[in-house]
Design a protein around this ligand. Sequence first.
Ligand code: ZN
Length: 303
Amino acid sequence: MVAGQRNFPSWLAALAAGILISAMLVGCTRAVGSGAGKLEVVGSFYPLAWAAEQVGGPQVHVLDLTPPGVEAHDTNLSARQVGQIDNANVVLILGYLGFQPQVEQAARQASGRVVQVAGGIHLRPSVERGLSADPHVWLDPVLMEQVTLTISRALVAADPSGKDGFEESAARVTAQLSALDSSYRSGLSGCRYTSFVTTHEAFGYLADQYGLGQIGIEGLTPEAEPSAAQLRTAESAIRQGRAAPAVFYEGTAEGERIGRSVAASVGVPALPLGTLEFDPAPGDYLSVMRANLAVLENGLQCR
Ligand SMILES: [Zn+2]
């Protein structure tokens, strides 16, 4: 009787404690991300978010930090986005290059897995203040394959249960990128011109990959106003036939303004080349890269 009287309340207490712990666990589970058990992935700008979506499929929720119309160099973060970086399972940045300073600073504080997707890539040098290397690796399909595989490995490490699906999707994406590389290689062989003038100097890796030369007007960071010397170099390269008779400009209002102005002063057409620094919806990475190839084949007068 006495023992029974003591046991009954402690049994109840244990039950109550069990319910409390269950409630706390449910609370914790709900606190992680919004995507109902999905891996929360933050991409610092479009190509990284695109690759993460392609590889992760329905198992991941991807947030792209760079809004439409903003060049990735200029990504500014709201307090909410800083919190999203801090709480994500995986944060994808290009590297600590000074390319996206606010994102790189927030990534240093993040509690999840921060992945520098250009980590294994030999980067072209930069002479620009605050930028330690040329960031534009995603405009080279071959380097984009490496980026995709790095992202796939990061997703597998963060969620080993998704390994087979992630690796299968990554193989599909790298096959698409490999086909894109083949199109570039054949499309850009046998062109009348092998050098081209661009406003934003974003195509150095692409030029290196396919044996071309790029003459930038604005430099690696697009908002740098071109100097008189840069304008003279670009104009004389076109006038003397050392560069293709066209000025290629990136798809922003500022890029178009500078591109059209230089093109008009030399009397050549201004042709658009997407830099993919923000979401090109309704297009995507592959459609913009294919469009760029067609524009280059036209401008460089390829067979
Ligand atoms: Zn850029």
